[in-house]
Design a binder for this molecule. Sequence first.
Ligand SMILES: [Zn+2]
Length: 77
Amino acid sequence: MDDADEGSMKRLLSLLRELKWELPSNKSVRCCPRCGSPKIKLSSKFDIWLTPEQYVCEHCGYKGPVVLEKERKKERS
Ligand SMILES: [Zn+2]
């Protein structure tokens, strides 16, 4: 019983995590606040439980919790 509950809970959590990370990228583009490059990523998906979100720019090396979010126009109708 406990094992089954834990398993479905983990699946739900991973689903929620995927949704959380996939949804914003569909609507908006995250850009580096320093150089404007869209090549910015979360430094680690697993650290955010312990520390605030940190983004890393692959272009200029910026690292910090702040990113620019530009709304993306709908390409698909
Ligand atoms: Zn940058």
